[in-house]
Write a protein that binds this ligand. Structure first.
Ligand code: ADP
Ligand code: MG
Length: 314
């Protein structure tokens, strides 16, 4: 199958059919109708085989994650996702692989109202780059920089599961439940949109909770204090790891695609948002004057050195 037929077959009608797509896949570029009075939110993330996922990952998971990591970025902005573009570099055109990949990508796109409106297809080492476009009302986008001393720090879901779900030589073999947490993360789009206008700052957890909260703190000019006893740990993780190691994985693991965010202490209770978005939300700490990420164990406070994954770090 040639490049043109491949695109036609697998990528010409992926995700939802949106009324506001004037021209989708097939021309030199896509054209969409812009919603009146809203701001465009754009993000792009690349997954490289062997770096962002094991080379033997199921192709359905690769398709799901390629879109999920990008939807997570829009979620962190409190934006409504609408369109995606897919730049796909493949070692070979394998129909069975493409069917699974497109199936994983397409199912998540459908779930979030996203239309695939274009992309690029090339041959080479397996690399997937996805651009997502979405909308937010003016002034409502969540940022990393709005946290203030006194704000409370929250995280969604149960961080640490995804990294525990990666089969690695030096760790106990993951259960199917943990493996699914790495392979099929659920981007917290509904939660992010519910937090727009309420949270003072927000970031999605891709490189590790402590490292990503460090970025939020640095952008806000504040310190973040985490109470490790409050970290929400899944039963699946605790069945596999002792408490201290589970806490460490929750703080440093990465690939969770949960939201970490701050809200003013005077804000209304988040129980209703948790219920409506069907998302577990846990208060794990507070914002303080100063810098860095700190762990409080009773009276003892220690600084977290972990800075999250860095492709060009030491
Ligand atoms: P051009 O040479 O003008 O860039 P292409 O042949 O690369 O055109 O692409 C043809 C059409 O197919 C374009 O609309 C492009 O956006 C779309 N397209 C190419 N690859 C993909 C893909 N992997 N997913 C979605 N759309 C794609
Ligand atoms: Mg092209």
């Amino acid at each position: 199958m040639g490049e043109f037929a491949l695109i036609q077959r697998w990528f010409s009608a992926l995700g939802v059919r949106r009324e506001d797509v004037v021209l989708g896949v097939g021309d030199d570029a896509a054209v969409v109708e812009l919603p009146g009075g809203q701001q465009l939110v754009a993000a792009v993330d690349t997954l490289v085989a062997g770096r962002h996922f094991p080379v033997d990952s199921p192709p359905r998971s690769i398709g799901h994650r390629a879109l999920a990591v990008n939807l997570s970025d829009l979620a962190a902005m409190g934006a409504e996702p609408r369109y995606a573009l897919l730049a796909l570099t493949l070692p070979q055109a394998d129909d069975a692989w493409l069917q699974e990949f497109a199936g994983g990508f397409g199912a998540l796109a459908l779930q979030h109202g996203v239309a695939l409106i274009g992309g690029d297809t090339t041959s080479g080492p397996l690399t997937i780059s996805v651009t997502v476009l979405g909308c937010v009302l003016p002034g409502r986008a969540l940022t990393r920089s709005g946290a203030q001393p006194g704000d409370l720090v929250f995280v969604s879901g149960t961080p640490g599961d995804a990294v525990a779900g990666l089969p690695l030589a030096d760790r106990p073999a993951p259960t199917a439940a943990l493996r699914a947490r790495f392979e099929f993360p659920a981007p917290r789009v509904a939660l992010g949109r519910a937090l727009a206008g309420l949270a003072s700052a927000c970031i999605d957890v891709s490189d590790g909770l402590a490292g990503d909260l460090g970025k939020l703190g640095a952008a806000s000019g504040c310190a973040i204090e985490i109470d490790p006893a409050r970290l929400p740990l899944s039963d699946a993780l605790l069945a596999l790891q002792p408490l201290s190691r589970a806490q460490e994985l929750a703080l440093t693991g990465g690939d969770d695609y949960e939201l970490a965010f701050t809200v003013p202490a005077s804000s209304p209770d988040l129980g209703e948002i948790a219920r409506v978005t069907q998302t577990r939300i846990t208060r794990i700490g507070r914002v303080l004057p100063g810098a860095g990420v700190w762990l409080r164990n009773g009276a003892l406070v220690t600084q977290v050195a972990h800075r999250g994954f860095d492709h060009f770090g030491p």
